[in-house]
Design a protein. Sequence first.
Length: 192
Amino acid sequence: MTLQKLFAAAVIIGVSSAASAKESYRFDPSGSTIGFSVHQFLGTTLGKFTSFSGRIEVNREHPENSSVTAQIDVRSIDTQIKKRDDHLRSVEFFNVEKFPRMTFKSRSVKRTGSQSGDILGDLTMHGVTKPITLHVKLLTPINETGRTRWSVTTDPITRRDFNLMFTPGAESVSGISQTVAINIEIEAKRAQ
């Protein structure tokens, strides 16, 4: 979802002058995090997805022709409370049997600074597709190992937009915010 957008920004920024015009990078889940936070009553619930993949196709000569795709296994949600995670996977919320993955596919890439960019794309979650803009910032340029690291943020996602609602009674007493903040760091490595 946002990881792909992160790599698209790398395309825009141009991380190495010695690189060829077209380059492919894959997300490295061992060094990446796709996280989120949701406010509830007086606290904030933090979570992440532990299984995901993504690919960045970078066109240095024409960054606007670069692209990012990402897939997130919704079953991999982890809020560090098993009972809550099981409930989020259930028919009442994510319904992972029917909607096992989230996807992101970029539509456009725009450079916004010397080490930053915006990636506009389509996020599909829970059977609903909505446009989303990822704001990416280069943290570590590509080095001799062919790796790079990016920070990705976006405006908060509204649960209602993706039909991610509990029953009306549960919604009224849960104190769970409609908005979900996204926090992503992606490490990518050059594809072989």
